[in-house]
Design a protein around this ligand. Structure first.
Ligand code: ADP
Length: 162
């Protein structure tokens, strides 16, 4: 049987426990997950492409079924090159839904053989986003339950440098 590969595209600026939850649960469905950092030169990020690659690789160092990579351009094109059968996305609130529905339909238009698979956030993570983690950290709040330890360390360092 062929290996079932899913691409999990996103900004991951930085990766949170919400993302981790989606990745871990999806390993029960797919053989391999490629975490694809979508690089968009017009989007301002706190962590550079290389920093995000390094952080996520550190987080999944013990999980050989998770690969971390970065790509530019269309997710459908990247999925084709990587032989993925699905794009994985997480859903938190109703607010995520409209955008995700549009993206999934556009991607289906571009490649009808590529499925988008949505996974619902768990009750522990529905309020966690990269944006609010950065905001809480900036104001000195405790983010240790929201992100993996490597991210908490990198965030603290980054904020010291700013
Ligand atoms: P993007 O800029 O593409 O939205 P993100 O890194 O913010 O990238 O998110 C990547 C994916 O992970 C999206 O599908 C997003 O909805 C999902 N996601 C983010 N945070 C959570 C969470 N706490 N629970 C479930 N899914 C999440």
């Amino acid at each position: 049987m062929s290996t079932r590969i899913a691409i999990y595209p996103g900004s991951f600026d930085p990766i949170t426990n919400g993302h981790l939850d989606i990745i871990k649960r999806s390993l029960g469905i797919f053989d391999k997950i490629i975490v694809g950092i979508a690089v968009n030169s017009r989007k301002q990020t706190m962590f550079s492409r290389d920093e995000r690659l390094e952080i996520i690789r550190e987080v999944f160092a013990e999980e050989p079924r998770v690969e971390v990579d970065a790509f530019e351009g269309l997710t459908v094109e990247y999925a084709r090159v990587r032989n993925a059968c699905a794009v994985l996305r997480g859903l938190r609130a109703v607010a995520d839904f409209e955008y995700e529905l549009q993206m999934a339909n556009m991607n289906r238009k571009l490649n009808k053989d590529l499925e988008t698979v949505f996974m619902m956030t768990s009750e522990k993570s529905f309020f966690v986003s990269s944006q609010n983690v950065k905001e809480v950290a900036r104001f000195g709040g405790d983010i240790r339950e929201l992100v993996p330890p490597a991210v908490a360390q990198h965030l603290a360092l980054k904020l010291e440098q700013q």
